[in-house]
Write a new protein. Sequence first.
Length: 595
Amino acid sequence: MYGTAAGNTLEKRAAQEDVELAPSAALDEERVGTQSFPLAKFLLATILLVGAIAVLSSSGTQQNAATLTKMDAVEIISSVPVSDSPGTDRKPREYVKYSADLFAHPKVQAAFDDVKRIAYQHVYDTCFGPENNMDAYINEKVMDNDLMFNDGMTVFNLDCRDAEANPLIAFIVILDKQGQIVNVHNPPNRAESVNMYSTDTVLFSCISKGGQWLWNWKTDATTKLPWTMDAHTLNYVAATGNFYGLDRGDKFSPSTAVGYSSDGDRIWEYENEGSHINFLSIDGDYAYLSLRSFSCLVKVDMRTNQVIETIGGLDSDFTITDITGEVSTEGGWSHQHKFQHLDDKYASLFDNHVNNEKSFIEDSNSHMRVLKIDSEAKTVSEVFAFDTGDKSRIYGGADVLPSGNVLGNSYPMVVEPAVEDRQYHVNVWEVTPAGELAARFGFKGRNPASPEDAASAFFHSVAPDEEPPIGWMVYNVERLYPAPTLARPCAFEYNGERFLQLLPFNTVRTQGKAPGTVYLVHGETQALLTKQPFAFHGSWLPQPVSVAVPAEVDDGVPLTLVLTNQWGDNRVVELGTFAGLDQCAALTARRAFHI
């Protein structure tokens, strides 16, 4: 898809304008962004450093950058002392591979063309290319499980940073099941939190002065929201029309959760000093906060701001059994991202598994995890753990999908372009509850410290032991569907009545339950036979809905089912006859994570 020679247009423009980065020139801060790095520092070098900073030499020793030329610095950083790559081949069994070219998309080309003249060459050299930079490895059968319609799309922020971690250019990307681009949007600055406001609209939060936005991916209409929040997390509660996120904190470490009405009025705040909140989920009157600094999830009553319970960390209220059977109160995870409440029975998180010094504990990889909670017994059991094979100091997630699979993302500590399994800046994973890969999406890019070197391994951060990542990055991923979907319906009888049972799932994940209706229609006459209101589970956990079949409808009558949600998105399903449906099995046989 998008196979045009995108690079030619940009190369011609650069040649015609003779663009160079001038150290004294001013960049557009809103377009390029500054993170926590001074703008002047970004302007002083196109590659890595000016002044007395320490860099890692090829032998692993420290040198004073003030004694080095710029080219010396590039050589040192690009000569990463990489140990033998793990013998991994992280692809689904019997996969089909698809590739796509981000840089051939007209809107991506336009975004690069729109970069301010003085920054253009730096952004282009660092971020544009290579061709066909997105690969998808998928096993559709494993992705589908028992879903009747698995036409889901994956949405995320994909942004590029230079060798000092300055954000250069960013895109909100929507990919279809095969990893092809559905649509793309160029935000004013890189986004971190990306969630769904509705079926058609993405809710995202940018760093710095980028703001919080709604983007309708079908019409390309955008709306800037009337407040300023932190970029880590932003969620919308449709039942109340309120938005919940964080106040901006010093050094990208927010510790105050807040709520705003759709009119921009501040309606709630809760501070947990020094906690570094990086995700917030809402269920009714309760907020669930992922506290990275304390490696825990806290449940807060928003009416009183009282902490009701804590899972993990030094103040844990629960006895926790990890996937290996080891028992503790703190939990086996550390400095996580997106620790989220799925239900009173389940939570999930991305375990970055680093300590306070940002080193990986026992040299372990980062994991996607799902926890089962018993609040009465005060026990937590880890029921899913997937070793990503990557060491990701920050970012990541683990979302349960309608299929029962788990979706998340990670990135490697070292990018190795010459090694097929290790060539990607970012990985997106879809994994079955049994740990089998269903899909992998990988995103390639250039070495920010030495863009012309397409073969040498390089550290994916500003320095080997530092946190800020460089190159292309994804903060979190979300799945969406064009219409509600469902697992294959089944039949059962109870007290002489016939019932259809289905597992319906909304188009997007929501904060709390969302209203839905199922209509049963005569397949030939189109007459409405019955309808059944119900509530979609907000986190896509399976929640059976039973529909009584009217007594006057014969077993041999063809049936049509229509599934609709609060936004009027409809899914029409030709069921066949009641007699032709499979008999229902126990829910535990269909889903690992069940209510």
